[in-house]
Design a binder for this molecule. Structure first.
Ligand code: PHE
Ligand code: NA
Length: 503
C-alpha cells in the first residue's frame, strides 16, 4: 500500500478509536429504552446472544476486510472483486446521510450542555424543546422548509468546524488523538454521573423497572430483533466504519483480541448507561408520583425532555446536566468523526487527493447540506425519518449484502479467517464462518423484511406520504443507485488500487 495513507501508531490507538466510534448516542439514550421496552432484565439474554453470535463475529469480519485489503470500504470491496465496489460506496453514502443528521443531535447536546448552567429550558422542558428550541412543526405537516432556527444553526456550524479541523489532522493525531482524550474523560464523567444518580431518592425504583425480568418477552420475536438491531447499531458494524479503521492498523496485528476488547467495552458502557439513566428516571417517577413506565419516554425525548426535567428537580441538578450533556457531546463527537472518516478515506483512495484536500472536499459540502436542511423548523422531522430509514434499511441492508457477498463463492471467508488467525490472540474456528455466513444473514434478512412490511403498511410517524416517499424511500433507493454511479467513475492514476502487496 502507498505510504500516504494514514496509520494508527499502535494497538491502543486503534482500540481507543474503535471504542470512540462504538460508544455513542446509541449507548446513552438508545440502549436504556430499548432494553426497558423489550423485557427489561430478560432483554439481557437475547442481547448477550446477539453480541456473541452476530455482533462480534461481524465486527471481526469488518476488521478483516479492511485489514486484509488495506483500504477504505470502496477500495477494499474493489480489491475483493471488480463488481463488488458498489457495496463499498453504498456504505460510504449511508455515512453521508448519517453524518449530516448526526451533527444536529450533537449541536443540540452542545447547546443543552450550556443550558444546564442556567436551566434555560424553564419549568416545562417538553414545551421548551418543541416550541422554543427546535420550533418543530407537527409531524403531519412535515415538509422541507428553510425557516432557520439560529440557536441551533450556530452550534451546528461549530460542530462541523470541530469535525473538519479534527479530521484534517489525520488518522493518528486527529482520530486516535480525539478518542484518547475524550473516551477516558467520558468514562470518568459518566461514572460520576451514575454515582450521583444512584444517590437520588427513588433510584432503586428505576433500577427495579429496568432489571425486573419479563420472561415472556423471550418468546416474542420482536424482542430478539430489537436485541440484534441494538447490537448492530451499537457496534457500528456493516457500514464501512470498522473496515476503514482496520485499514489503518499495521500488519500482523492482533485483531481478534482487539475486537473482543472493543465489543465488551462497548456493552459494559451500555449497561452502565442503563443503570445511570434508569436511576435518574426512578427519581423523576418518584418526584412526580408516577410509575417509571410513564416517565420512560423513548428516544430523543429521553435526553432532551426527561433529563432537563430531572435536572430541574434533583439536588445537584446542574452537575447532573453538565455531566450528562457533556457525555453526549464527547461520545457523539468521536462517533461523528468515524462516520465522516469513512467518506474521506474513500475519496482519498479513489481520487488520489491528499488528507487535507479530501477532508475539505468531503467536509465542506456535508456541512453545507447539513446546515441548510437541519437547523430549521422541519429539521426534527427530517432527522426522524432519515434516521429510521437509513438505520433500518440502509445499515441492515448493507450489512446483509456484504455478509452474503463475502460468503458467496466460499473463498473470501476462509481467506479472511486465516488472515485474522495469523496474528490473532483469539483463534476463530469454522463456527465463525457459520455465524457470519448463515446466522447473521438470517437475522438481518428477517429484520429487513419485517421492517419493510411495517413501513409499507403504516407509513412513518404520521408524516405525509410525500415526505416519507422522498426522504425515506427515495433516499434509501437513491443511495443504492448513486453507489453504482460512483463505482463506475475511474480510479485516479495516483490511487493505490493495484499496489496491494500480497502476503
Ligand atoms: N455505534 C454508535 C452508538 O452506539 C452509533 C453510530 C452510528 C456510530 C453510526 C457511528 C455511526 O451510538
Ligand atoms: Na455503541
Amino acid at each position: 500500500a502507498s505510504a500516504s495513507r494514514g496509520a494508527f501508531s499502535g494497538r491502543t490507538a486503534f482500540i481507543m478509536a474503535a471504542i470512540g466510534s462504538a460508544v455513542g448516542l446509541g449507548n446513552i439514550w438508545r440502549f436504556p429504552y430499548v432494553a426497558y421496552s423489550n423485557g427489561g432484565g430478560a432483554f439481557i439474554l437475547p442481547y448477550v446472544i446477539a453480541l456473541v453470535c452476530a455482533g462480534i463475529p461481524l465486527l471481526l469480519l469488518d476488521y478483516a476486510v479492511g485489514h486484509r485489503w488495506r483500504g477504505s470500504a470502496p477500495l477494499s470491496f474493489r480489491r475483493l472483486h471488480r463488481l463488488t465496489e458498489p457495496i463499498g460506496w453504498w456504505q460510504v453514502l449511508i455515512c453521508v446521510v448519517i453524518g449530516v443528521y448526526y451533527a444536529l443531535i450533537l449541536a443540540w447536546a452542545l447547546r443543552y450542555f450550556l443550558f444546564s448552567f442556567t436551566k434555560a429550558w424553564g419549568d416545562d422542558p417538553g414545551t421548551f424543546f418543541m416550541e422554543s428550541f427546535t420550533r418543530a412543526v407537527p409531524a403531519d405537516q412535515a415538509s422541507i422548509g428553510f425557516d432557520f432556527v439560529p440557536g441551533i444553526a450556530i452550534p451546528l456550524l461549530l460542530v462541523w468546524l470541530a469535525v473538519i479541523g479534527c479530521l484534517a489532522l489525520g488518522v493518528q493525531k486527529g482520530i486516535a488523538g480525539s478518542s484518547l482524550l475524550f473516551i477516558p474523560l467520558l468514562v470518568v464523567m459518566f461514572v460520576v454521573l451514575v454515582v450521583v444518580a444512584l444517590t437520588l431518592p427513588g433510584a432503586t425504583k428505576g433500577l427495579d423497572a429496568l432489571f425486573t425480568p419479563d420472561w415472556s418477552a423471550l418468546t416474542n420475536s420482536s424482542v430478539w430483533v430489537a436485541a440484534f438491531g441494538q447490537i448492530f447499531f451499537s457496534l457500528s458494524v456493516g457500514f464501512g466504519i470498522m473496515v476503514t479503521y482496520a485499514s489503518y492498523v499495521k500488519k500482523n496485528a492482533d485483531l481478534t483480541g482487539s475486537g473482543l476488547v472493543v465489543g465488551f467495552a462497548n456493552s459494559s458502557f451500555e449497561l452502565l448507561c442503563g443503570i445511570g439513566v434508569f436511576a435518574a428516571l426512578g427519581f423523576m417517577a418518584q418526584a412526580a408520583d408516577k410509575p417509571v413506565s410513564e416517565v420512560a419516554s423513548s428516544g430523543i425525548g429521553l435526553a432532551f425532555i426527561a433529563f432537563p426535567t430531572i435536572i430541574n428537580q434533583a439536588p445537584m441538578g446542574t452537575l447532573i446536566g453538565v455531566l450528562f450533556f457533556g457525555s453526549l457531546v464527547f461520545a457523539g463527537f468521536t462517533s461523528m468523526i468515524s462516520i465522516v472518516e469513512v467518506i474521506i478515506a474513500a475519496v482519498e483512495d479513489k481520487f488520489g487527493t491528499g488528507r487535507v484536500a479530501s477532508t475539505l472536499l468531503v467536509g465542506i459540502p456535508m456541512a453545507l447540506v447539513s446546515a441548510l436542511l437541519f437547523p430549521t423548523t422541519t429539521g426534527l422531522n427530517l432527522l426522524d425519518v432519515t434516521d429510521a430509514f437509513v438505520n433500518n434499511f440502509g445499515i441492515v441492508g448493507a450489512a446483509l449484502v456484504s455478509a452474503l457477498t463475502l460468503t458467496a463463492g466460499f473463498t473470501a471467508l476462509p481467506t479472511l479467517r486465516r488472515h485474522l488467525n495469523k496474528a490473532g490472540s483469539f483463534k476463530l474456528g469454522r463456527g465463525w464462518q457459520l455465524l457470519v455466513g448463515a446466522v447473521a444473514p438470517v437475522v438481518l434478512g428477517y429484520t429487513l423484511i419485517g421492517e419493510i412490511q411495517t413501513r409499507l403498511e403504516k407509513g412513518y410517524g404520521g408524516m405525509p406520504s410525500s415526505f416519507v416517499g422522498v426522504w425515506g424511500w427515495g433516499m434509501t433507493v437513491g443511495l443504492v443507485l448513486l453507489a453504482v454511479v460512483f463505482s463506475l467513475a475511474p480510479w485516479s492514476e495516483k490511487s493505490n488500487l493495484h499496489t496491494l502487496d500480497s502476503d
